[in-house]
Design a protein around this ligand. Structure first.
Ligand SMILES: *Cc1c(COP(=O)(O)O)cnc(C)c1O
Length: 417
């Protein structure tokens, strides 16, 4: 197996660990980068090894320390998945194990389907990513799961819902919320969940907007972190991928079991691409956040901007408190509410040439979109109002371009409105 279980003999920090874990060139004819193993099936070293591999894969037995278990079939796992899963762990503070999926939605749906049986309940914060909302209303609720929505910023209401919802199996938190960056108090949710000792629900955090560099939910006591790795982790708008990361190896192993049933593991080529992006996540996110902060703070106060949503510009004391408690830097997404409604928002987008009018975020290139008519277009008027998504709102994800060029472009587009 090309995956190295060998541990570095002394402590190394995350930027070193991500470059030294998981892959041993000697196990792969000396190649400095991992090969891509495009094989659907794996040849067993003996019939006994096959029997043993199946016993472990089906949960009838546990591998002993240092045991080399044969691979079986790539829907269960494959070398490139094992390598990327091992290398991503040091990037998430407090993590022990990871599992990769073929999209963020695959990761989220697998977590919810494996943790919440029919008849049980889960809480989710609102606003929540559009795909997650679809999953809840169109698949989970018809299957007999009860989803309880609570506003991400309603700290006390959320804690009360956690304590009082019957048969609660999971709390799904998305913070910051999209597109206004409103933040949910992770420590408070975890405290409420832990108070239900004996039947504590899992706390799962969608950390796509701030993680793994700026926000560390496992440190605040969350059980699992989920990612759309399509965004910052892969970072170049060229693959779809999802990751679940946690502290409890058994819990992550059970998700891999469900992944084998659903058939939504990340494929070898995508694993290899994601793997090559991990060493630069911190570099990219740091530059993107610095760019965004410089641009957002310079645009604040422009006469055509009615509201600018960005963590370093928060004024609400409660939101400032949560931000300071759980985010190291403000991140690279901001939203502008323009003066002049939908027309102004569309005119602004039309004038952009460096920034591209596209959904998604987290890539090295700057993207801008109009949430009300695209990413959030299926929300009701009440939901849009509650989420702060007006017709005049534009969401921008800043890349690694020179921030002065972007600022020139945004100022020109605003001045022309
Ligand atoms: C994009 C996104 C998802 C879904 O991820 P995919 O990789 O597109 O399936 C989930 N949550 C958030 C916050 C996202 O931005």
């Amino acid at each position: 197996m090309p995956v190295s279980r060998k541990k570095t003999p002394y402590f190394v920090r995350p930027p070193t660990a991500v470059l030294t874990r998981g892959f041993d060139p000697r196990l792969s004819v000396g190649s400095a980068r991992p090969a891509v193993f495009r094989s659907s099936t794996y040849v067993f070293s003996s019939p006994e090894a096959a029997e043993r591999a199946f016993a472990i894969a089906l949960g009838r037995s546990r591998p002993s320390d240092g045991e080399n278990v044969d691979l079986i079939y790539s829907r269960l796992s494959h070398p490139n998945a094992e390598i990327v899963e091992d290398q991503i762990v040091p990037l998430e503070r407090g993590a022990e194990e990871a599992a990769v999926f073929n999209s963020g939605m695959a990761a989220i749906s697998t977590v919810l389907l494996s943790s919440c049986p029919p008849g049980s309940s889960f809480i989710y914060t609102t606003p929540v990513y559009g795909g997650t909302q679809h999953l809840i209303h169109q698949l989970l609720e018809p299957l007999g799961l009860r989803g309880v929505p609570v506003s991400a910023t309603a700290t006390n209401e959320l804690a009360r819902a956690v304590r009082e919802t019957p048969n609660l199996k999971l709390v799904f938190v998305e913070t910051p919320a999209n597109p206004t960056l409103a933040m949910c108090d992770l420590a408070s949710v975890v405290k409420a969940a832990r108070s239900l000792s004996g039947h504590a629900p899992l706390v799962v955090v969608d950390n796509t907007f701030m993680g793994p560099t700026f926000q560390h939910p496992l440190v605040h006591g969350a059980d699992l972190v989920v990612y759309s790795a399509t965004k910052y982790l892969a970072g170049h708008s060229d693959i779809l991928a999802g990751v679940v990361i946690g502290k409890d190896a058994e819990l992550v192993a059970s998700l891999r079991g469900m992944r084998a049933v659903l058939g939504n593991i990340l494929q070898p080529d995508e694993c290899w691409i994601l793997n090559s992006r991990l060493p630069t996540v911190e570099l990219r996110m740091t530059r993107q956040s610095k760019n965004a902060q410089r641009i957002a703070e310079a645009l604040a106060g422009h006469p055509r901007i009615k509201e600018l949503y960005y963590p370093s510009l928060f004024t609400d004391p409660e939101q400032v408190r949560i931000r300071d408690a759980q985010c190291d830097f403000p991140g690279a997404v901001f939203a502008l509410e323009l003066d002049g409604g939908k027309r102004a928002a569309f005119d602004f987008l039309r004038r952009l040439t460096i920034a591209k009018n596209a959904v998604s975020l987290g890539g090295v290139e700057t993207l801008a979109c109009h949430p009300a008519t695209t990413t959030h277009s299926e929300m009701s008027n009440e939901e849009l109002a509650a989420a702060g998504v007006t017709d005049a709102l534009v969401r921008i994800s800043i890349g690694i371009e020179d921030p002065r060029d972007l600022l020139t472009e945004f100022r020109a587009a605003l001045d022309a409105l």
